[in-house]
Ligand binder design. Sequence first.
Ligand SMILES: [Zn+2]
Length: 167
Amino acid sequence: MRLSAQRARRVHLHRTYKLAEFALATGTCRGTVRNWIKRGMPAIAGKPTLIPGRLAKPWLIEQIKARKKPCAVDELFCFACQEPVRPAFNEAEIVENRHGEAVMRGLCATCSTLMHKRVSEAQISEICLHLIVQDARRSSTLTGCLVPPVNCALGAPHEEPKVQPGK
Ligand SMILES: [Zn+2]
């Protein structure tokens, strides 16, 4: 089972665990704990195998940190490729999520998966230096429009369609 920070936090520093107890504390099975010991997690060999929490917990946290792949400001994390990648064609779009926060989205150049990342206003101006960014947040709604705006300059006054007499 995949190790998470939440599971690692359940390990107490001042406690020594048997194999089954450690598996229970971390929400994994005994086989997983044996694999961790084989990979270098500190344990006292014997019958039963004992796992000191003060040594095992830092090891688990270190494993989680080593697995992380942080994204650069112009990268998005592709869950299909399991890698941070620059969006395809160097194009990204800024949209708003349901909480009103800015989200950068783009397509993975390798597998075309749609990727998302929450960004701040300060990050957006930096992203614009590296990528072609389209800000879709400031588009007007189509409610009340007779003719929907097609790639028009946003914020420009909307013209009502002219009705020709006799038609
Ligand atoms: Zn991908």
